[in-house]
Design a protein around this ligand. Structure first.
Ligand code: BEZ
Ligand code: FE
Length: 647
């Protein structure tokens, strides 16, 4: 059991597209009637819209918020607020405008409704940082927390891509540091991981789809969650460093966060392995050891800055910055040492890929291998082989595959190949028993949902089966419960298909196919028939029984090793071909038969489980049978023979 403490900061969150239109309702919900509208300098038009929606509730306007919330600016705004007797502020903008709203609220008790235009996250924290005569002070109080936050995806979509990238990484840093915070708790962890997933998804797509509302929605929702983490738990090295660099060296806030985050993560990696594993998972990075480098790759791909050098930080300032950043101790997973921070800053100045130890990393190899497929002329081949390699490598990495295990796998596949012959396909059997054949079959079938489901071919089909007359007995006198088959073949519009070629094959009552019984005289329990003018087909056979798939090879050994039985549920195979129709390979299963729920090749589909009705007495064609016989009726619906197309 995990014990934890978590403080909830009560605020109302309204999230959506076009939610700016709700601003009047939200102010009224708070019982306020006189609003001072604060808009960031670049958002005058949005400020006008808000005023319009507010109508008579808007009594004053102030667009002069400035970075770091200078007290002098707050005093001017305070004058406007008092002059118009405002009881509420509505702030539209980034961190500066939110900061001004908070500064006014903490001084006067007015309510705040905030519409964030960036991913700063401060709108959901009870913290206010102000500057007076160049000195920054920070305070925290429930009065500072905005009452209502309206997240409008449309409003945030106005943030240009370059700013959106740095602002989103700024938000990402809140979520990352929350996961290794000393106050970390399961509630905040959940929000942090969701934030990371959404922010990473948004960052990945932003450069190519900057106007896609889903991309902007992911970023904004991630930013909200990350801001909630920031308000709930203490931050570590990353925030301290950015604060030092911003304050002491006048570096731009969001860009500095963007550069520093991967290096702070690499610094803390060994001391917070579980947090890094979860961050890697949320980011979709296979190798947790490479999570910092992978994050920097993501930033670079999104066009964000990756070195302090490019932000104008001088290399000569590294030692001084390291000294400043290590002056006051603060909680952080890895010990914060001067040498350690100096090394971090030097690497960050140069923009070296973080986390590199000089050793080759699996992610690098994967990347290199996938690159070698770039020239493949066939795009489908390129995609399939690239994805296969990515997944195989991830399988090895995620399971920490040992050399011995790899060798066992190679030996198994070698034996599987060696077991194959002209009459035995052990690889297909492997695919069958691992369910892959059925997955491919289901995919194929889902492209033609109106037709009869297909099922795997299996190894017992023999090309060129004996031609049989309608009404004949394919069991040729073999022992078993007689079965009268009376089926119809139609198209998907229920129009009968005449002259369809129907191949049928099945096991005997002991569960063997003829090809498994060398003493038999020629083919039996298999044949080729044709539908009549009405699309019908009638013939006699015997009731098929359950049977084990071949177990004398490596696949049998695999089933034994995992404690699985080798049985197939009783079934009758059909292969139906007709001009202009898609060929149907399927099986009909005996309702009530054994192993329907645990078929060794996962081939049973509900629509293919049918009644093999028990009958006694007269038969349809006058054949005389003592005792019980069975009747199978079914309609096969063939799909049109359209070309396969993939999205
Ligand atoms: C069969 O039904 O004949 C079969 C299918 C897959 C594997 C083994 C047998
Ligand atoms: Fe079979």
């Amino acid at each position: 059991m995990t014990s934890f403490a978590y403080t909830v900061h009560p605020a109302r969150i309204v999230f959506g597209t076009g939610t700016l239109e709700n601003v009047r309702d939200e102010v009224q919900r708070l019982g306020r009637t006189r609003v001072l509208v604060l808009a960031s300098p670049g958002l005058a038009a949005a400020g006008d819209r808000v005023e319009k929606v507010l109508g008579p509730l808007a009594v004053a306007r102030f667009d002069g918020a400035a970075m770091h919330t200078p007290v002098e600016v707050t005093e001017v705004a305070l004058g406007v607020l008092r002059e118009h007797e405002a009881d509420c502020v509505v702030a539209i903008g980034g961190g500066s405008t939110t900061g001004l709203a908070k500064a006014l609220a903490v001084r006067t008790g007015v309510d705040q409704v905030v519409l964030p235009s960036t991913y700063a996250g401060s709108e959901v924290t009870p913290v206010l940082g102000e500057t007076e005569n160049g000195t920054k002070t920070t305070r925290s109080s429930p009065d500072i927390l905005p009452e209502t936050v309206i997240y409008d995806v449309e409003l945030s979509a106005g943030l240009p891509v370059a700013l959106a990238v740095t602002s989103a990484v700024n938000a990402l840093a809140h979520a990352v540091e929350a996961l290794y915070s000393p106050d970390a708790n399961p509630v905040v962890d959940g929000m942090a991981l969701d934030a990371i997933t959404r922010l990473a998804a948004g960052l990945r797509r932003l450069p190519a789809d900057p106007h896609d509302p889903e991309v902007r929605a992911d970023l904004l929702r991630g930013a909200w969650l990350a801001g909630t983490c920031l308000g709930a738990v203490g931050m570590g090295l990353h925030h301290k460093l950015c604060h030092t660099l911003g304050g002491g060296f006048d570096l731009p806030h969001a860009q500095t966060h963007t550069v520093v985050l991967p290096y702070a993560m690499a610094y803390n990696g060994a001391a917070a392995p579980e947090a890094m594993r979860r961050i890697a998972e949320a980011l979709g990075v296979g190798d947790a050891d490479d999570v910092a480098g992978a994050l920097q790759d993501l930033v670079r791909a999104a066009g964000g800055p990756v070195s302090l050098g490019e932000l104008g930080f001088p290399e000569a300032a590294v030692d001084r910055a390291a000294e400043l950043a290590t002056q006051a101790p603060y909680p952080n997973p890895a010990p914060v040492t001067r040498d350690g921070i100096a090394a971090l800053l030097r690497a960050a100045w140069a923009g070296e890929r973080p986390g590199g130890t000089g050793t080759v990393r699996p992610a690098r190899i994967t990347e290199q291998v996938v690159k070698t497929f770039a020239g493949a002329a066939d795009p489908r081949l390129r995609r399939l082989i690239s994805d296969l390699v990515v997944r195989l490598h991830a399988f090895a990495v995620d399971n920490d595959l040992t050399q011995d295990e790899w060798q066992q796998g190679i030996d198994f596949l070698t034996r599987t190949g060696q077991t194959c012959s002209d009459t035995r396909q052990e690889f297909v059997l492997l695919s069958d028993t691992l369910g892959l054949s059925s997955v491919v079959d289901v995919l194929t079938n889902s492209r033609t949902p109106d037709s009869t489901p297909s099922a795997v071919l299996g190894p017992f089909y023999v090309e060129g089966p004996p031609e049989l007359e309608q009404g004949s007995d394919m069991a040729r006198g073999l022992a078993g419960t007689p079965l009268h088959v009376d089926v119809l073949v139609t198209d998907t519009a229920d129009v009968p298909v005449a002259d369809a070629i129907v191949d049928v094959w099945q096991s005997n009552e002991d569960g063997f196919y003829d090809v498994q019984l060398p003493d038999l005289d020629g083919p039996v329990l298999r044949g080729r028939l044709r539908t009549d003018g009405e699309g019908r087909l009638r013939f006699w056979s015997i009731l098929p029984s359950e049977y084990p798939i071949p177990t004398d090879g490596p696949v049998g050994a695999m089933l034994g090793a995992v404690g699985r039985h080798p049985y197939r549920a009783p079934h009758l195979h059909f292969m139906i071909a007709a001009p202009g129709r898609r060929r149907l390979i399927t099986q009909l299963f005996v309702r009530g038969g054994l192993y329907l729920d645990s078929d060794a090749v996962f081939g049973v589909k509900d629509d293919l489980v049918v009644d093999f009705e028990t009958r006694t007495g007269p038969t349809p064609d006058g054949r005389v049978i003592e005792g019980e016989w069975r009747r199978l009726g079914f309609t096969f619906r063939l799909a049109p023979d359209a070309l396969e197309h993939r999205p």
